[in-house]
Design a binder for this molecule. Structure first.
Ligand code: ZN
Length: 266
């Protein structure tokens, strides 16, 4: 049982979705900020996301197709090349594209193996660190920081955004991508799971990796608390035709947000 929302602290929580084989993994929706809080006492598992190296030269690979969309989005919203940090950079596909376009690039990964593979294959510098514990040693903030499909895995979203803020110049940008709870697929998922209709496909040992699930409203709440403003919000799907529709109606399963760090001194 969860007592307070991890984002706003409110105790006005509604048992919102029951997940897992035995429908005993609970998500609570906050009535105040709308965040979906997974009850961490039910257990989490982040090991299911370990990645294998995908060369950025493999342009047909689905990982690289989605990375190209993210990079095109950043390019559309930046005037000229600057410096970019990709936190949880995977195989550094996004940094590979950024460097081609004249950007100074650097990544961060938890895994030393990933960092080595990237350096050997592409010569891109990837810091091995957990960004929640990382202090920018050269005090050399970036123009753009990227965090794709990481935020939802972190219990403390405020700490995550504060850390991102410490890596960005004043008025610098961050691109974040994460699932969108206010999407058609989440509405369907919740309806099925609460009726126990999708839960048996999981093993009894399965535990989610997502701790906090956002929609635009809860994400904007987070930004307000941490000194950012929303510049662009859109939702997207991996299916091109659906994506075109979702540009008009923002109910796709994934959200892409461009945010700006407000200056610390006025
Ligand atoms: Zn809340």
């Amino acid at each position: 049982m969860l007592d307070n929302c991890r984002l706003c602290g409110s105790d006005d929580l509604i048992l919102w979705m029951r997940d897992g084989h035995n429908s005993d993994l609970d998500y609570y929706k906050c009535s105040n900020c709308t965040l979906w809080n997974y009850d961490l006492d039910c257990g989490v598992d982040q090991t299911q996301y370990t990645e294998i190296y995908v060369s950025p030269e493999d342009t047909e690979h689905h990982v690289n197709i989605s990375i190209r969309e993210s990079w095109d989005f950043i390019r559309r919203h930046t005037d000229e090349p600057g410096s970019i940090m990709d936190i949880g950079c995977g195989s550094a596909g996004l940094l590979y594209l950024a460097r081609k376009d004249g950007w100074q690039v650097r990544g961060m990964e938890l895994s030393e193996k990933a960092s080595k593979e990237i350096f050997e294959d592409q010569g891109i510098d990837v810091i091995v660190a957990n960004f929640l514990e990382y202090d920018n040693p050269d005090n050399n903030p970036y123009d753009v920081v990227v965090l794709r499909h990481v935020l939802e895995h972190l219990p403390d979203s405020i700490l995550a955004m504060t850390k991102i803020g410490s890596l960005i110049k004043d008025n610098g940008l961050a691109l974040l991508e994460f699932p969108n709870t206010r999407s058609l697929s989440y509405v369907v998922k919740r309806a099925l799971k609460n009726r126990g209709l999708r839960n048996k496909k999981y093993s009894t040992e399965w535990r989610p990796g997502h701790c906090n699930e956002f929609c635009r409203e809860s994400f904007e709440y987070l930004l307000k608390q941490t000194g950012f403003e929303l510049v662009v919000w859109h939702t997207y799907s991996s299916k091109p035709l659906a994506s075109a529709l979702y540009r008009v109606i923002p109910i796709a399963s994934k959200a892409r947000a461009l945010i700006r760090k407000k200056p610390t001194t006025v």
